[in-house]
Design a protein around this ligand. Sequence first.
Ligand SMILES: *Cc1c(COP(=O)(O)O)cnc(C)c1O
Length: 220
Amino acid sequence: MASEIAEKYAAIREELPENVDIIAAAKTRSADEIAESIGAGVKMVGENYVQEAERVISELGARAEQVEWHMIGHLQRNKINKALPVFDVIQSVDSPRLARGINKRVDEPIRVFVEVNIAGEESKYGVPPEELSSFFEEISECEMLRVGGLMGMEPYFDDPEKARPYLQRLKGLFDEMQTGDWRNVELKTLSMGMSNSYRVAVEEGSNMVRIGTAIYGPRP
Ligand SMILES: *Cc1c(COP(=O)(O)O)cnc(C)c1O
């Protein structure tokens, strides 16, 4: 019998268009739970903390190599060196200093997304929308970064319809930035939508959703 995690992931995968990638947002989940989701077809796992990612990856052994690892939490600059060997993509580049720090420390080009603070919330990380163009200008100097997307976390609402304006706003910024001409930027991925909002996010143009609770169940 398929596990609950497997069933939930399969149902979401079935529901979403093929061009939409699913990040299994795995913070607080055990290696066993993550292994189950990989067994069910998960191709991309998101983690919020470097140490937690290191631990589950070492516990997963060879199975960790079957998936891409995405950093989706705030990355402190003093953790860059530890994060680099762990993650394939850093979705949470949120300041010029962090961008330059990563650029200086990598020895191969690395895929990154720019995190946008969609609603300008103090409690959230990300580049404020009005600073996005100048931010792209700055990171176009970081030649080891391959900027492939935007990531954003809308405010939480019980009713996901209320999230729609924020999701629309991020899509608008994505379209706007796509018209820019920076040599290390090729915006393809719009990472928005979580367990509660992914349907609305996809309707509004997301092609990467980050889903935790709806795959793994409520967090402990
Ligand atoms: C936890 C988390 C998610 C997933 O949240 P759920 O509501 O559990 O789906 C998505 N993105 C980020 C950045 C997260 O930290």
